[in-house]
Design a binder for this molecule. Sequence first.
Ligand code: FES
Length: 282
Amino acid sequence: MPAILNKTLLNQDVARLDIYAPLIAAKALPGQFVIIRATAESERVPLTIAQADTSNGAVTVVVQKVGKSTLVLSELSTGDNLHDIVGPLGMPTHTEGLKKAAVVGGGLGCAIAWPITKALHDQGTETHMIAGFRNKDLVILENEMLRDATALHLCTDDGSYGEKGFVTDKLRLLVQQGHSFDRVYAIGPLIMMKFVSKLTKELGIPTVVSMNPIMVDGTGMCGACRVTVDGKVRFACVDGPDFDGHLVDFDETMKRASAYKEFEAARKESHICNLMGVKTNA
Ligand code: FES
């Protein structure tokens, strides 16, 4: 059973787990993901690989408590075992041939944006990372992003840390200041990726987004992760998770995602109530 080598809390709702999975660590590339089950009864949770370290066989993932399954995962500690982990899954992010790129991360999406930034920076691409959070308390992985980007532009919606404003404002400003990006990568909430893609379409910059819809089997069999791209149905788990941001039907994906939100909130509430011994109908 894969063991958790180290668990670190990045903020009140987000944990970093370094999991012993040497075969996955040896093969993983930026943009790929794993599917984890905390226990035999747990749901399968897809999580993008934030880091793979072949020196200790660790695969790093970042988990946010959004529903019952991620809550159970977040409650595990260093030394605990997971029931299983499978991967690496999905297509790696293409980074080759770029002179200058911008990587835009929103909230938890920064955990996925960070390894892409690192891969670009390591290959010699001038890489500007724009990291956006709602407020100072939600900032994660600042030191890692600072270390692995050519320049880090950290923004908060309320101005409590870094620059005040949205990632789209910062991206527009950088372009106005004369930065010419060969490609933009956007990873974060659907609404953020939608508006980054809208802006880059206007600016004429090719854009890659990382889609993270509901997944079940992660092998292209169940159809749960379907997204519409350029009018065609694609599966995020095998065709993605990266897609051309200018061709993704974000509105349809957001509609599907919102259908699960209420359900997840009820299950999370139910789990917390069970932990506290409170009866619930959820
Ligand atoms: Fe089942 Fe992608 S998760 S097809």
